[in-house]
Design a binder for this molecule. Structure first.
Ligand SMILES: NC(=O)c1ccc[n+]([C@@H]2O[C@H](COP(=O)([O-])OP(=O)(O)OC[C@H]3O[C@@H](n4cnc5c(N)ncnc54)[C@H](O)[C@@H]3O)[C@@H](O)[C@H]2O)c1
Length: 316
């Protein structure tokens, strides 16, 4: 297949490009480098089936693309870490709305499949636990995080509208916290933040009392779920994440044990609208895609720690 991937220079996008190429596809990667880095794609420089185009997907791009038709459009572009979307709220709303519309148009004119990477943030601070796809969410539409949550909810609505109106073969992935190599050290998400602090021997920052829960999915598992979803006929959202839930405090202690840096834990006030609980119900992904995560937290953290160890060594 010939596939367009937006957000390709980001953490998940770059891993997705690797997987698509491994499966024998041709990839046209698009990114405006707002939060991504060309370093994530530099290993593909000499790969013939891969091409990178620096472009903001909020601007229509059909004219910039290599000729011929495309079989799939994967729309992964969006600031994703709280630090990034709080720094770029308008860009985040634009890429979920205008950017999604532009990418759906590309899919429509090419009669291509379309997949959008939505998020568990659509559930907001959930009143249903674990979160199942039929739950409509508890989102503050005017809080600081709304730029991300509402952008993704709009993206889902636009995707369904293109499916219903134009019969585009769409898929919606609701991704839960994912981690792995190629995350940015300083993007504010909990895995790089804890690993960075632990590897530098600094105290780990826990917000609130640390009793809020998260579940962490290793990136190769997530990419496998996205790939299966892209090939499926499922038009409604599918949760992709690891259901193994733990408190943030427990996670911080686990990282301290793993790195053995002797780091202590410091507490800071909980950010506004921080969700109390996060755990995906993945029964639908199991049933529809035959998918479930296979990488244990121990294995995933080992690989990720090795990556961050090198990064921290470079920056110190
Ligand atoms: N990582 C997670 O845990 C997680 C969880 C839920 C959803 N997601 C979603 O998965 C996708 C990838 O997330 P990530 O963690 O890799 O984030 P990331 O920030 O590493 O990657 C996003 C990429 O999108 C690019 N981008 C942003 N705006 C753009 C625009 N207007 N035009 C072109 N490119 C643009 C950025 O430069 C970056 O390379 C996002 O859509 C995100 O919302 C991620």
């Amino acid at each position: 297949m010939r596939i367009i991937v937006s957000g390709a220079a980001g953490f998940i996008g770059s891993h997705m490009c690797d997987r698509l190429l491994k499966e024998g596809n041709t990839v046209v990667a698009v990114d405006n480098l707002l939060t991504g880095s060309l370093d994530n794609l530099s290993h593909l420089d000499s790969v013939k089936a891969f091409q990178f185009i620096e472009h903001d997907v909020n601007i229509p791009m059909a004219a910039k693309l290599p000729g011929g038709s495309y079989d799939a459009v994967l729309h992964m572009a969006s600031a994703a870490s709280p630090k990034d979307y709080l720094a770029h709220p308008i860009e985040t709303l634009d890429v979920g709305s205008i950017g999604t519309r532009n990418m759906l148009e590309l899919a429509r004119i090419n009669n291509a499949r379309f997949l959008v990477t939505s998020t568990s943030e659509c559930y907001g601070d959930p009143l249903v636990h674990p979160q199942v796809e039929t739950y409509w969410g508890n989102v503050n539409p005017v809080g600081p995080r709304s730029c991300y949550d509402e952008s993704k909810r709009f993206a889902e609505a636009m995707t369904m509208a293109y499916h219903r109106t134009h019969r585009v073969r769409t898929n919606i992935a609701r991704i839960f916290n994912t981690y792995g190599p190629k995350m940015q050290l300083n993007d504010g998400r909990v895995v790089p933040a804890f690993l960075d602090q632990a590897l530098r021997g600094e105290p780990l920052t826990v917000f609130g009392d640390g009793s809020q829960t998260r579940s962490f999915c290793y990136v190769s598992d997530l990419v496998d779920g996205l790939y299966r979803l892209m090939l499926s006929d499922e038009r409604y959202p599918v949760n992709l994440g690891n259901p193994r839930e733990m408190t943030i405090l427990e996670f911080a202690e686990r990282i301290c044990g793993l790195i053995r840096s002797g780091s202590t834990i410091v507490r800071r006030p909980l950010p506004e609208d921080d969700p109390r609980q996060r755990k995906p119900d993945i029964s639908k992904a199991k049933r529809v895609l035959g998918w479930e995560p296979v990488v244990t937290l121990e294995e995933g953290l080992k690989t990720t720690t090795e990556y961050f160890r090198q990064k921290v060594a470079i920056t110190t």
